[in-house]
Ligand binder design. Structure first.
Ligand code: ARG
Length: 463
């Protein structure tokens, strides 16, 4: 009945006419899902081992099938496998080839399973590996960032709010802010594994199966934590896809924000960092140009990531339970997100190795914009028993005076200070030292040098 007539669909007994050629071309997914071949074969081997253990198939048939599957895996790995669009997807391609290698006994492989549970099993296994690969790459970035931070603990720059000079900070403190973002990304990806780690295999098309299968056995064999609970949910659920896409989007967004920041800092107006020639490109007409194209590429790619997340959300939005062909797109979407994120992470790691702070300019910019005004207000509170609001007002008046006189705060004379606050003495001048300013922010998480050193140590030790 299920004779493997080559080039005929598995369902050719039931469906007599050929599928529309146009749809066959558009609807097959082999070019995309062949990436799942290793997982598909591992899943099939676990499945037939279970079928044998449960006495559903014989030892002979199990051994023949496994022999065939291993041969197929080698063929694919060695690029000797002839993928056929006619066979729609990776599952059918492998099954058809199995018939060619071991004959009609291949027909036993699909006992008590469906492509619906098969594809999710493969996909979940693939995502687990991809997820870990991303974790490793994020770790490399964290390491590079910490390395750059270690060299720049005493590099002082303006910290910005609204892109206006706010208060002085250490460049390392900015860099360690990125480390926080990447650590959250790492955790977000890792947390996804928890929800994803349930084995779909054995729910078959949507109802489960009447065969006496052992789902705990395949769960263990395939490295899942437990079998999924509800067969209908299992074949319909793509939450784990969304989790991945969301995590990828947030991670891309982080890279994009940092890239944008570096683009601004590298602009001629700011000139706070230099990018090495490795990470800039020239202009076809303006000979002087060194453009931060790489950073712009990273910023731009975030759009793809968001697009992928929204594609999947939209596919799922109106979809009743359980399986529908709409779901087939999930793989292309994730592969695109994964590939893009991975390359972006690797490029970003190169960026980190190819940026240099322009320390003089950082200091120069930090000295402008009355950046130590908050320090002066704090000083008044601590030394002249004033409320913070009163001190804030006095300081604002001093800033206004300095602006009128076209002077930095530290250039004002004691006479000028005393016009606004008679109690001030020359002692106040220490407040305007940027090093003192940075180092005074000793509250937990603040930019004092000791805090930064502690954080760097903490993250250097982190596994
Ligand atoms: N290629 C299909 C997919 O990725 C496999 C599942 C097919 N199931 C079905 N009932 N047509 O979604």
């Amino acid at each position: 009945m299920t004779k493997n007539k080559n080039n005929l669909a598995i369902w050719n007994t039931r469906i007599k006419d050929n599928t529309s050629r146009l749809f066959k071309k558009a609807g097959n997914s082999i070019d995309i899902d062949k990436r799942l071949y290793k997982e598909d074969i591992a899943g099939s081997i676990a499945h037939v081992e279970m079928l044998f253990k449960q006495k559903i198939i014989s030892l002979k048939i199990k051994s023949k099938i496994i022999y065939g599957l291993i041969k197929i895996e080698k063929e694919i790995s060695n690029k000797k496998f002839n993928f056929k669009n006619d066979y729609e997807d990776i599952h059918m391609n492998i099954e058809k080839r199995l018939f060619q290698i071991i004959g009609e006994d291949a027909g036993y492989i699909h006992t008590a399973r469906s492509r619906n549970d098969q594809v999710i099993t493969d996909f979940k296994m693939w995502i687990k590996t991809a997820n870990k690969e991303i974790g490793i790459t994020i770790d490399e970035i964290i390491k590079s960032t910490i390395k750059l931070a270690s060299k720049n603990i005493y590099t002082i720059m303006p910290g910005f709010t609204h892109l206006k000079n706010a208060q002085a900070v250490s460049f390392a403190h900015y860099l360690m802010a990125y480390v926080e973002m990447f650590n959250r990304d790492k955790k977000r990806f890792k947390d996804n594994l928890d929800n994803l780690d349930e084995n779909p295999l054995g729910v078959a098309a949507l109802t489960g199966t009447s065969f006496n299968i052992d789902r705990n056995y395949t769960t263990k064999k395939l490295g899942f934590k437990k079998p999924t609970n509800n067969s209908i949910d299992t074949v319909s659920d793509r939450d784990f896809v969304l989790d991945f896409l969301y995590s990828a989007s947030v991670c891309s967004m982080h890279i994009s924000r940092i890239s944008e920041e570096l683009i601004i800092w590298n602009s001629d107006g700011f000139n706070l960092i230099n990018l090495s020639d490795k990470i800039v490109t020239g202009s076809s007409i303006m000979p002087q140009k060194k453009n931060p194209d790489l950073l712009e590429y990273l910023r731009g790619k975030t759009g793809n990531s968001y697009g992928n997340l929204f594609s999947m959300l939209t596919i799922l939005k109106g979809l009743p339970l359980s399986y529908f062909k709409d779901l087939q797109d999930d793989k292309e979407i994730i592969f695109k997100s994964y590939d893009t994120l991975l390359i972006c992470l690797k490029i970003f790691n190169e960026v980190l190795k190819n940026i240099k702070p322009n320390k003089n300019r950082m200091l120069e910019l930090a000295n402008s914009g009355y950046i130590t005004a908050t320090d002066l207000a704090d000083y008044l509170v601590k030394n002249h028993t004033m409320s913070f609001r009163a001190a804030y007002e006095k300081t604002a008046a001093i800033v206004n005076l300095a602006e009128r006189k076209k002077k930095y705060l530290h250039e004002l004379t004691l006479k000028e200070f005393n016009k606004i606050e008679p109690k001030l003495t020359n002692d106040v001048l220490k407040v305007f030292d940027l090093g003192n300013s940075v180092n005074s922010k000793i509250s937990y998480g603040g930019t004092s040098f000791a805090n930064i050193k502690k954080m760097i140590m903490k993250y250097k030790k982190q596994k």
